[in-house]
Design a protein around this ligand. Structure first.
Ligand SMILES: NC(=O)C1=CN([C@@H]2O[C@H](COP(=O)(O)OP(=O)(O)OC[C@H]3O[C@@H](n4cnc5c(N)ncnc54)[C@H](OP(=O)(O)O)[C@@H]3O)[C@@H](O)[C@H]2O)C=CC1
Ligand SMILES: CC[C@](O)(C(C)=O)C(=O)O
Ligand SMILES: [Mg+2]
Ligand SMILES: [Mg+2]
Length: 490
C-alpha cells in the first residue's frame, strides 16, 4: 500500500481537492429510504460509533455492533456502550456476513488491520463506510472491487452528533464516494440516506471527495480547532501566573473563556466576536491578531504542506509503528501542565468579563480561524469546507475544554487529531515565545482599565472594514444563513 493521493496525476489531485458542493435540503426528500430494510453493522462503539448508531436507529434503521473478540470477552467500555443501549453485539464472524453496510468507526490507526480482517467476511456487493478517509487517501487501502466505499464525516465531535440530533437538528456533514469503488453507482444514494439518518442534512451536507475531506480535516484539527486552543490555553495561563493573577481565576478564565468567546463566533463570525469588545479593546485584539498571523503563517503553511505531501501521515504512521511513543509522551506531558493541574476557582466571571479580560484569547481565535481558512483555501480547499474546518467547529471543540480542560478535548477527538494537536503545540509555543514576552495583564487577566474609551475614527473604520470583508465572513454569512433557515423548518 502507498499514499493514494501521491499516485494521482496533478490535474486529478486538483480536481479532487476542489470537489465540494453544498447540497440543498430538497436533495434529501428520499430520506433514509436507500437504507431502509438494510442491515447496518457498526465496527467499534466509541465517540463516533455510539453516537452515530443511536441517531441511525432513532431514524428507523437496523443497527447492530461488531467488536473485536477481546472487547466482548472482557466486557470493555465499547461493549458496555452498545449493550447498555440495547444494541445487538456480535463478533466479526457473526455479524459482518449479514451486513449490507459496514460502518468502520474504529480509530484510523486500526483501519488497515480491521478492513483486512472484515473484507473476506463481507457479502458480495455490500458497502463499506468511513467517517474519515485517512485509510483510503494516506495509506492507499485497496478495497474489493465488488464493494461500494463511501464516507459520511460529521464535522464535529461524536458527542455533538448525538446532542444536535436529540435537539431535532444535526451537524454539518461531508459525504463522498470513493471513485475506485462504486460498482453499482449507488454510493451517493447510500451516503445521502446515511447523512439523513444522523440528522446531518438539516445542518448542511457537502458533497465532496475522500481527498478533500482528509486534507481539510487534518489541517483544521491540527491548527485552529485543537492545536491553537491547546497552545493558547498553556501560554495564556502561564502568563497570568507570571504576572500575579490569582491561579483559580486564571484557570477559570481559560477553561470557560474559549467556550464563551467562540459562542459569539458561532452566532456571527469573527465580526460578532470582535464586536463584543469595547472599541479600544477591539483595536488592541486586531493588532495582536495581525502580529500573531505574521508569526504563525509559516507554521500553518508547513502543516498544510506536510499534509499535502504525505509527510504528516508518514510521521504519524511511524509513531503508530513505534507503539505511539510520541502520542503517549505528549499526552502525559499535557496532563502535567500548570493549566491542566490548576482547578478553576470558585469565582464569578460574567459573560462580558470573559471578553474584557480575555482580549488575547479573542485575538488568538481570530488569528487561528483566519489563518487556517486562508491556508486551506490557498491550497485548493473550497471555502465551504474550509469554513466548517476552521470557524464552524471551533466552538464545538471549545465546549469540550469547558467540560474537563485539555484532557476532555484530547480524549473526545480522534487519536489522529490528538497527535496533530500536540505536533502543532510543540512548534507553536516556542514560536510565540518573543511575542508573549511583551504581553501584560491588560490583554489577559485584568483588562484594559482605561479612563478614556476614545478611539480614532479612521482607525476604527479601517479595523471594522477589514473584519467584515475577510473571505471567511462571506462564506460564513451564507452557510449560517442556511442553518438558521433549517432551524425554523425543524
Ligand atoms: N472522535 C471524533 O469525534 C471524530 C472521529 N472521526 C473519525 O471516526 C473514526 C472513529 O474515531 P473515534 O470515534 O474517535 O474512535 P474511538 O477511539 O472513540 O473509538 C474506537 C472504537 O473502536 C474500537 N477499536 C479500537 N481498536 C480496535 C481494533 N483494533 N479492532 C476493532 N475495534 C477497535 C474501540 O473499542 P475496543 O478498544 O473496546 O475494542 C472503540 O469502540 C475515525 O476514523 C476518526 O477519524 C471523524 C469525525 C470526528
Ligand atoms: C476536530 C477533530 C476531528 O476532526 C473532529 C471532531 O472533527 C477529529 O478527528 O476528532
Ligand atoms: Mg473533523
Ligand atoms: Mg479528524
Amino acid at each position: 500500500m502507498s499514499n493514494y493521493f501521491n499516485t494521482l496525476p496533478l490535474r486529478e489531485q486538483l480536481a479532487q481537492l476542489g470537489k465540494c458542493r453544498f447540497m440543498h435540503l430538497n436533495e434529501f426528500t428520499d430520506g433514509v429510504n436507500a437504507l431502509k430494510g438494510k442491515k447496518l453493522v457498526v465496527i467499534g462503539c466509541g465517540a463516533q460509533g455510539l453516537n452515530q448508531g443511536l441517531n441511525l436507529r432513532d431514524s428507523g434503521l437496523d443497527v447492530s455492533y461488531t467488536l473485536r473478540a477481546a472487547a466482548i470477552e472482557e466486557k470493555r467500555q465499547s461493549w458496555k456502550n452498545a449493550t447498555e443501549n440495547g444494541f445487538t453485539v456480535g463478533t466479526y464472524e457473526e455479524l459482518i456476513p449479514t451486513a449490507d453496510v459496514v460502518l468502520n468507526l474504529t480509530p484510523d490507526k486500526q483501519h488497515t488491520s480491521v478492513v483486512n480482517a472484515i473484507m473476506p467476511l463481507m457479502k458480495q456487493g455490500a458497502c463499506l463506510s468511513y467517517s474519515h478517509g485517512f485509510n483510503i487517501v494516506e495509506e492507499g487501502m485497496k478495497v474489493r472491487d465488488d464493494l461500494t466505499v463511501i464516507m459520511v464525516a460529521p464535522k464535529c465531535p461524536g458527542s455533538e452528533v448525538r446532542a444536535e440530533y436529540v435537539r431535532g437538528f444535526g451537524v454539518p456533514t461531508l459525504i463522498a464516494v470513493h471513485e475506485d469503488n462504486d460498482p453499482k453507482g449507488e454510493g451517493l444514494e447510500l451516503a445521502k440516506a446515511y447523512a439523513v439518518g444522523t440528522g446531518g442534512h438539516k445542518a448542511g451536507v457537502l458533497m465532496s471527495s475522500f481527498i478533500a475531506e482528509v486534507k481539510s480535516d487534518l489541517m483544521g484539527e491540527q491548527t485552529i480547532l485543537c492545536g491553537m486552543l491547546q497552545t493558547g490555553s498553556i501560554l495564556c495561563f502561564d502568563k497570568m501566573i507570571e504576572e500575579g493573577v490569582e491561579a483559580g481565576y486564571a484557570s477559570k478564565l481559560i477553561q470557560y473563556g474559549w467556550e464563551t468567546v467562540t459562542e459569539a463566533l458561532k452566532y456571527g463570525g469573527v465580526t460578532n466576536m470582535m464586536d463584543r469588545l469595547s472599541n479600544p479593546a477591539k483595536i488592541k485584539a486586531f493588532d495582536l491578531a495581525e502580529e500573531m498571523k505574521d508569526i504563525m503563517r509559516p507554521l500553518y503553511q508547513k502543516h498544510q504542506d506536510d499534509i499535502m505531501t504525505g509527510h504528516f501521515s508518514a510521521t504519524m504512521m511511524a509513531d503508530w509503528a513505534n507503539d505511539d511513543a510520541e502520542l503517549l509522551g505528549w499526552r502525559a506531558e499535557t496532563a502535567e501542565t500548570a493549566f491542566e493541574k490548576t482547578p478553576a476557582g470558585e469565582v464569578d466571571i460574567s459573560e462580558q468579563e470573559y471578553f474584557d479580560n480575555g482580549i488575547l484569547m479573542v485575538a488568538m481565535v481570530k488569528a487561528g480561524v483566519e489563518l487556517a481558512f486562508e491556508t486551506m483555501t490557498s491550497a485548493g480547499i473550497i471555502a465551504d469546507s474550509a469554513y466548517y474546518e476552521s470557524l464552524h467547529e471551533t466552538p464545538l471543540i471549545a465546549n469540550t475544554i469547558a467540560r474537563k480542560k485539555l484532557y476532555e478535548m484530547n480524549s473526545t477527538i480522534s487519536d489522529t487529531a490528538e497527535y496533530g494537536c500536540y505536533l502543532y503545540n510543540h512548534a507553536c509555543v516556542p514560536l510565540l515565545g518573543d511575542f508573549m514576552k511583551n504581553i501584560k495583564t491588560d490583554v489577559i487577566g485584568r483588562g484594559l482599565n482605561l479612563n478614556d474609551m476614545g478611539v480614532d475614527n479612521a482607525r476604527l473604520i479601517e479595523v471594522n472594514h477589514s473584519l467584515r470583508t475577510h473571505p471567511v465572513e462571506d462564506i460564513g454569512g451564507e452557510l449560517r444563513g442556511y442553518m438558521a433557515d433549517m432551524k425554523r423548518i425543524v
